[in-house]
Design a protein around this ligand. Structure first.
Ligand code: GLN
Length: 472
């Protein structure tokens, strides 16, 4: 009997639908792998397969799903990587989790992440760092590092992550898998423990583009519980075209190779050549305000976080520190419960929102955000997709950037402007540099997921990335 965990999610779902594979057997095979977790990728693993429930008739065929810790899952620890939510058992599940369970993807495990999704390496988790399966001395990226490591290592067939400034795409790039950050609003945020609400978006981390299309197709949709959610104007289709004839790719003028590791830039240029061989054209596009993206993001995201995290006071959820009076209980709980990066962001955000500074920081950052969105709008008059490396580096060593937050923030250089614009983007593996995966990022206009997935599918075939070295 072949190892069923070597199948992609789509292959496994098809095998279950055809009656060639038992969904319970599939679940148990993954459960055993997840339980043996050597990468610290999981914060919770199911203790048994769900009751047989006619999975073969459902669109996701009973293929189990790993879910980032910050999605509320009823009766299952949902801690957002934070000590302040240690042992928190939500009374309900996030809409997207409910949707996927109903579509035939039962909950396999919860995955480790940076605390409240703040980070690019998973080293900000209160539950310890996640190791990169390609090289265990290196980070898997963040903040959805547990989801990425789980999928890359073969301990989960697919996973849910969230992306606020790059947290699906960057870990996907650093672990050699596919990560899709959907259009803001196209997936419900209801039941996601919030970081920065105007940016947070859930999306799939998968072994290939087909699996990303399959999972995203079941995630998207308007949810009355999230007033910012929207119905996708198109049905998500499974990509099949192997050519890119007539597709116009735009490379931002700022991408010159400077500030990008040479091996990463080389894979980027090779991928552009492949795209041209498949019939695409490549031209330069101007995104004059993208260079201010990181600065604007690191005002807007902490500002929203400082407000969202005000609810953690020791009264309603998780940790409560003992103290003699109410105010000291609040402050001691927050002092003990939040990690350093979260505290840094709360302070930054509170400062940026304080009266007298609001216009100078938050107001200005919002105006920059509008300019960046306009830049992309203008670019999409000339090209169909804007392409860049996903991150300027391959996976870095554990501890390499923890002493300098700015160094860490710089890893989000190419993902953050896209998040500010609210548009969708994918990262696909584009080869190796120093035996570590490199990501290729493609962004399109709002609701162009079909276009992005289609192009990614054709390129994936041409690239022929071999993921086996990342498997455990
Ligand atoms: N690394 C970025 C940050 O720390 C993005 C995180 C994310 O997308 N959740 O904010």
């Amino acid at each position: 009997m072949t190892d069923v965990t070597t199948l992609t999610a789509k292959e496994a779902a098809d095998a279950v639908a055809a009656g060639d594979l038992d969904a319970t057997e599939l679940f148990e095979a993954y459960r055993a792998k997840a339980a043996a977790d050597e990468l610290n990728a999981f914060t919770w693993v199911a203790d048994g397969a769900p009751e047989a429930n006619g999975a073969a008739q459902l669109p996701l065929g009973g293929v189990p799903l790993a879910v980032k810790d910050l999605f509320c899952t009823e009766g299952v620890p949902s801690q957002s990587g934070s000590k302040i939510l240690e042992g928190y058992l939500p009374p309900y599940s996030a809409s997207v989790v409910d949707r996927l369970t109903a579509a035939g993807a039962p909950l396999l495990a919860k995955t480790n992440q940076d605390e409240f999704a703040m980070g690019s390496s998973n080293e900000n988790s209160a539950y310890g760092p996640v190791l990169n399966p390609w090289d265990r001395t290196r980070v898997p990226g963040g903040s959805s590092g547990g989801s990425a490591a789980a999928v890359a290592s073969g301990a989960a067939p697919w996973a849910l992550g969230t992306d606020t400034g790059g947290s699906i795409r960057q870990p996907a790039a650093l672990t050699g898998i596919v990560g899709l950050k959907p259009t803001y609003g196209s997936v419900s945020r209801y039941g996601m423990i919030a970081f920065a609400s105007s940016l947070d978006q859930a999306g799939p981390l998968t072994r290939d583009v087909t699996d990303a299309a399959l999972l995203y197709g079941q995630m998207t949709g308007r949810d009355p519980m999230d007033s910012t959610s929207l119905q996708h104007p198109e049905a998500i289709v499974m990509p099949t075209a192997e050519r890119l004839d007539g597709l116009r790719l735009g490379v931002p003028e700022a991408i010159t190779g400077e500030g990008i590791e040479p091996g990463v830039f080389a894979r980027f240029e090779e991928t552009l050549k492949l795209a041209q061989e498949l019939g695409a054209t490549v031209q330069r596009v101007a995104l004059p305000h993208a260079e201010y993206g990181l600065s604007a993001y690191y005002v807007i995201a902490p500002a929203e976080a400082s407000s969202n995290l005000a609810r953690f006071d020791g009264v309603r959820y998780g940790l409560r520190a003992e103290a003699s009076d109410l105010l000291s209980m609040y402050t001691k709980t927050r002092h003990d419960g939040f990690g350093d990066e979260v505290k840094r962001r709360i302070m930054l955000g509170t400062y940026a929102l304080s009266s007298g500074y609001y216009d100078a920081y938050y107001g200005k950052a919002q105006r920059v955000r509008t300019k960046i969105a306009e830049d992309y709008k203008n670019a999409f008059e000339m090209v169909d997709l804007v392409v860049t490396p996903t991150a300027p580096t391959v996976a870095f060593a554990l501890g390499a950037k923890t002493a300098d937050p700015l160094e860490m923030y710089l890893n989000d250089l190419f993902t953050v402007p896209i998040s500010l614009a609210g548009i969708p983007a994918i990262s696909i593996p584009a080869g190796l540099s120093d035996n570590l995966p490199v990501g290729f990022q493609m962004a399109g206009p709002a609701f162009s997921e079909n276009r992005i997935l289609g192009a990614a599918y054709a390129l994936e075939r041409a690239i022929g990335f071999d993921a086996t070295a990342g498997r455990v």
